[in-house]
Design a protein around this ligand. Structure first.
Ligand SMILES: Nc1ncnc2c1ncn2[C@@H]1O[C@H](COP(=O)(O)OP(=O)(O)OP(=O)(O)O)[C@@H](O)[C@H]1O
Ligand SMILES: [Mg+2]
Length: 249
C-alpha cells in the first residue's frame, strides 16, 4: 500500500536570474507530522514554502500537496493551507477579533462569527479580543498569527519562523499548541533557527544554498553525520561549513 503524504514533491527548483536558490528539492511529509525546515539565512526555506502554496511559480518540479498537483492546482492548495509569513502581517490598529474577522472574510469562511470566537478560545486569546494587535507583545502577536492561519480550518500549516524574537516561555507554549494541533491531525512544515524547536519536530530537513543536505529524525540526522558524539547543533554547523566549500557565492 502506498502511504499518502501531505506533501510529496520532487525536483522543486527556483531561480532568480542565474542564481538557483532552491535546487531540485525532494520532500515527503506525512499527514499529522511536524516537519522542521532548518538552514542558514538565504538557504531557500521561504522560497520553497512559497512555491509549495502557489505564491511563487516553480521553475521545475512536480508532485502533490494535500493530494493536489503542486504546479497546476495551487488555488485548491491555498484553500486548505494556512501560511504564517516570516513577518507579522496584521493590522496593528485593529483588535485581535477584528483582525481575525478580516481574515475570515478574506477566506469566505461560513459562520464567521463562530469561527472568530473559536479561534480566540482555541489560542487562549479570550479576554484580549478587544486589544489592538499593535499593542501585543511578541508572544501574543504570534498567537494571533497562528489563530489567523487556522481560521479557515486548513489541513496543512506552513509556519515560517513563527517564534522568531519570542521569549522562551512563549515559545514553549506555542510549541505545546502545535503538538496538540498535530495530535488532532494537522500537518506542519515549520522553519526555525532554534535547536530546541528542531528537536521537537518529528522529522527535519537541513538546507544550504538551496540544496537539501540531510533529512530524517533528529537521531537519524545526528547518526548520519559521521561525527563523534555531536549535538544536533554541531551537525548543522558542520554541514553549513562543509557546504560553503561546494557552493561558494
Ligand atoms: N524575489 C526575489 N528576487 C531575487 N532573489 C530572491 C527573491 N526572494 C529570495 N531571493 C533570494 O533567494 C535566496 C533564498 O532566500 P529565502 O528567503 O528563501 O531564504 P531563507 O532560507 O528563507 O532565509 P532566512 O533564514 O533568512 O529567512 C536568498 O539569496 C535571497 O536573497
Ligand atoms: Mg526565510
Amino acid at each position: 500500500m502506498t502511504e499518502s503524504f501531505a506533501i510529496d514533491v520532487r525536483g522543486m527548483t527556483k531561480r532568480f536570474g542565474d542564481h538557483t536558490v532552491v535546487n531540485g528539492i525532494d520532500l515527503q511529509v506525512r499527514g499529522g507530522e511536524v516537519y522542521g525546515f532548518i538552514g542558514p539565512n538565504g538557504s531557500g526555506k521561504t522560497t520553497f514554502i512559497r512555491m509549495l502554496c502557489g505564491l511563487l511559480a516553480a521553475d521545475a518540479g512536480e508532485g502533490s500537496c494535500l493530494g493536489f498537483d503542486v504546479i497546476t492546482e495551487s488555488d485548491a492548495i491555498k484553500r486548505q493551507v494556512g501560511y504564517m509569513t516570516q513577518r507579522f502581517s496584521f493590522y496593528e490598529d485593529l483588535s485581535i477579533a477584528e483582525n481575525l474577522d478580516f481574515v475570515a472574510r478574506m477566506y469566505g469562511v461560513e459562520n464567521r462569527r463562530e469561527a472568530v470566537r473559536e479561534g480566540i478560545e482555541r489560542l487562549g486569546l479570550a479576554g484580549r479580543q478587544k486589544q489592538l494587535a499593535g499593542e501585543l507583545s511578541g508572544g501574543w502577536k504570534q498567537r494571533l498569527a497562528l489563530a489567523a492561519c487556522l481560521i479557515h480550518n486548513p489541513r496543512l500549516l506552513l509556519l515560517d519562523e513563527p517564534t522568531a524574537g519570542v521569549d522562551p516561555k512563549a515559545r514553549q507554549e506555542f510549541w505545546d499548541q502545535i503538538r496538540e494541533l498535530a495530535r488532532q491531525g494537522l500537518t506542519f512544515l515549520i522553519t526555525t533557527h532554534y535547536m530546541d524547536e528542531a528537536e521537537r519536530c518529528d522529522r527535519l530537513a537541513y538546507l544550504s544554498y538551496g540544496n537539501l543536505l540531510t533529512h530524517g529524525t533528529a537521531a537519524e540526522v545526528i547518526a548520519g553525520a559521521g561525527l563523534s558524539n555531536p549535538s544536533l547543533e554541531d551537525v548543522f554547523i558542520h554541514l553549513m561549513d562543509s557546504s560553503k566549500d561546494n557552493y561558494s557565492l
